[in-house]
Write a protein that binds this ligand. Structure first.
Ligand code: DGL
Length: 271
């Protein structure tokens, strides 16, 4: 039993998909969320920059005495998981390992597709982890950069979204994949469109759900769970830019009850 909160960070709003999955699966846990909205997107930035930002974000969360940190951003997980685990004295979980493990359990043919930001795809992090789990697996990858702005505009299931998804995902048909990893915080919101384009034979892997399951497993294993104690749970939200956009766009990810976050100055944070 450990009453400390779980820390979650993302480049901005998208990590709310992971936070939501964590809260749904572990309703008694307190959480602290940091969205680095001043420096989003991470998906187009260099490895060195994403590592530096991620270490600062984690140091901010650590100041709340969190018991575990989740790098909810796929790009941050792809580039910075190793440096984060080295720098911190508490468990750090990324989204790549849980998503890859879920894909390996779901696939029959071993032909797996992965979609993500330019950074995540060029890091080859998903490919490496999937191949480490099953060297025979065939992994095809594709960056889908327009998916993030589409989701943030609320274009979840429109004609324009269908056209762009068909353009991006067409090549997976030639690779005969039976499983597709949604390797970006925003993509679970496009499940309906992606599923329509890929057809019923392709299983979609939601890294957010897989990560929440892994967080729970780890808390149980390390005896760090917080159980029902009769008190209301506390969920705190912080952003590095003005809160207004986080609240309006964040509702697409988290629902209408998303509270207003507090703005912080991350440039003052040492790592
Ligand atoms: N959160 C990012 C990810 O999952 C997407 C947005 C960004 O590029 O920062 O990779």
């Amino acid at each position: 039993m450990n009453k400390s909160p779980i820390g979650v960070f993302d480049s901005g709003i998208g990590g709310l998909t992971v936070l939501k999955a964590i809260i749904e699966l572990m309703p008694f846990e307190d959480t602290v969320y940091l969205g680095d909205t001043a420096r989003v997107p991470y998906g187009t930035k260099s490895e060195a920059t994403v590592v530096r930002y991620s270490l600062q974000n984690a140091a901010f969360l650590r100041s709340f005495g969190v018991k575990l940190i989740v790098a909810a951003c796929n790009t941050a997980s792809a580039y910075a998981l190793g440096p984060l685990q080295e720098a911190l004295d508490i468990p750090v979980i990324g989204v790549i390992e849980p998503g890859s493990a879920a894909a390996l359990s779901a696939t029959d043919s071993g032909k797996i597709g992965v979609i993500g930001t330019e950074g995540t795809i060029s890091s080859r992090a998903y490919r490496d982890v999937i191949k480490a789990g099953n060297p025979q697996a065939q992994v095809s990858e594709r960056a889908c950069p327009l998916f993030v702005p589409l989701v943030e505009e609320g274009f979840l299931s429109t004609e324009a979204t269908d056209i762009i998804a068909t353009h991006y995902l067409g090549e997976f048909k030639d690779h005969n994949i039976d499983t597709l990893v949604l390797g970006c915080t925003h993509y679970p919101l496009l499940k309906e469109t992606i599923s329509r384009v890929m057809g019923k034979g392709v299983r979609l892997i939601d890294s957010a759900e897989a990560t929440a399951t892994e967080v729970k497993r780890l808390l149980v294993e390390k005896n760090l769970e917080k159980c029902e104690d009769g008190k209301a749970t506390e969920h705190r939200f912080f952003v590095t830019d003005s809160p207004s956009r986080f609240v309006s766009v964040g509702r697409i990810f988290f629902g209408d009850h998303l509270p207003a976050p507090k703005q912080i100055d991350i440039s003052k944070q040492d790592n």
